[in-house]
Design a protein around this ligand. Structure first.
Ligand code: 2M8
Length: 447
């Protein structure tokens, strides 16, 4: 482990510098608290300071809405952040908390995983009291997911904005946008090439080259989509006919399947009752998940909520059923083949957020090609549970190599390893710490 010492120190330094007291900011361009960032960050922090890791999770819960939703952003206080808070105006909803200003949508439900991982660092009594402390929030969140986001009781939960997937501009969502959903005013902007001028005013490309972010047309559409949700005060039943996007996302539902298993483990450990309705829904999810499999291309995909049409654009989400678990060994093996293929998901610095053979692939553009640490971490966890330890070790090694060579960047070019996006990125640091820590034999191999 000694050759990992420098990477470990660099990662610890990033977490220290991004620490904002109650929570850890993802990086300089992202000053607020993000849901899945904090979950991944807590998973790293637990190796350094369990109390601080608990705080990272508890500070997320201060943003929870009274209907159970955990928002994807809790805004930093301070006048300089009013503009960001005003974009969302969470106070338009009667469910939003009074004490925190938040966004009005959620992000992949990584909460249960983070709670369990932090709990692994405690003795049994302490762990049970930790579980009891967060149980009401976790339960309310999962109940919200089904009540609001599975309105037809079909087992899969829907997302109303690409930001809810955490993979902002990933191909299945962006191809839906470009082919079917682009609002007229943005089509006009595009046709007149006004995006070139509007792009000059973007905040996110001030410090990061625009070739590494979303295109301006995509960014405009995401803001348009957000406005539509705000107009309906983020109320799902009002949103459904009004939203630009209504998609049952593959990454989100993969993470939900795993989170449900963790929720059940937590309930068992503290002898808490899981409401029968939730139990029924969770069982249905495992079954419904298989409807996302396409036998012709032998891959899982996201699905249009209304028509049930599969959105057949491969992306890193195509591999996340490995993390979900419950899929058959044969299907897991089919996904591992994709990772092994150097023309798909297996270039020099895997795993790209879009396979190399996709027309969407761009090695530098955000979630359309670069390698990200959080999706890799999820895949490693899945690979281990399916017994692919050699693959998991190789992936871990290539990630640590990136950090040793360049530091904790937001993402990396999967072909050259070049560091991209923001430097000193929170989850890259936290997951580096977790990957360096000796593995714990706590995970079960799926049946
Ligand atoms: C990115 O998303 C935010 C919006 O939520 C953004 O583009 O500003 C994504 O990479 C997301 O996964 C991440 O949680 C967030 C903060 O790191 O940044």
């Amino acid at each position: 482990m000694s050759d990992n010492a420098d990477a470990l120190n660099a990662a610890k330094e990033v977490l220290k510098n991004n620490d904002r007291g109650l929570y850890t900011a993802p990086a300089e361009p992202y000053p607020h608290q993000w849901l899945w960032d904090s979950c991944f960050i807590a998973i790293g922090l637990r190796h350094l300071d369990v109390e601080r890791a608990k705080m990272e999770i508890l500070s997320l819960l201060r943003g929870q809405w009274s209907n159970g939703m955990i928002p994807h952003i809790i805004f930093s206080r301070g006048r300089e952040y009013r503009r960001d808070q005003n974009i969302w105006r969470s106070w338009a909803s009667p469910f939003a908390p009074d004490k925190a200003k938040t966004s009005g949508i959620t992000q992949p439900p990584m909460l249960a995983e983070a709670i369990v991982r932090v709990g692994q660092k405690m003795k049994t009594v302490e762990r049970r009291s930790w579980y009891r402390q967060v149980w009401p929030n976790l339960l309310a969140y999962h109940e919200w997911l089904y009540r609001e986001r599975d309105p037809h009781g079909e087992g899969l939960v829907l997302q109303v904005h690409p930001w809810e997937t955490g993979l902002d501009n990933s191909p299945p969502w962006m191809s839906e946008l470009q082919n079917h959903l682009l609002p007229t005013w943005i089509r006009i902007v595009k046709a007149l090439r006004l995006d070139l001028i509007i792009g000059l005013f973007r905040r996110d490309t001030r410090k990061i080259p625009d070739g590494q972010r979303l295109s301006t047309v995509e960014a405009l559409a995401l803001f348009d989509a957000q406005r539509r949700l705000r107009r309906k005060a983020y109320n799902t039943s009002d949103i459904l006919d009004h939203s630009l996007f209504v998609i049952e996302d593959l990454a989100f539902n993969s993470i939900l399947v795993r989170a449900n298993d963790h929720l059940l483990d937590i309930a068992r450990s503290i002898r808490a009752d899981v409401p029968p309705e939730l139990l029924k829904n969770m069982k249905l999810t495992v079954k419904a998940f298989e409807e996302l499999w396409d036998p012709y291309t032998e891959m899982y995909y996201p699905r249009d909520f209304v028509t049930h049409r599969l959105l057949k654009e491969p992306s890193v989400s195509s591999l996340l059923p490995l993390y979900a678990g419950h899929i058959s060994k044969e299907r897991a093996a089919a996904l591992v083949k994709l990772i092994e293929n150097e023309h798909l998901f297996g270039p020099a610095y895997p795993i790209p957020s879009t396979p190399l053979n996709s027309p969407w692939f761009n090695p530098e553009r955000y979630w359309q090609g670069p390698t990200w640490f959080n999706t890799n971490w999820l895949i490693i966890d899945g690979l281990r549970r399916f017994g692919y330890h050699h693959h998991a070790d190789a992936l871990t090694e290539s990630m640590l190599e990136l950090v040793k060579e360049h530091g904790c960047y937001e993402y990396f070019n999967p072909i050259t390893g070049e560091p991209l996006g923001a430097e000193n990125f929170g989850w890259t640091a936290a997951l580096t710490i977790d990957l360096i820590a000796p593995p714990k034999a706590t995970t079960r191999v799926p049946k």
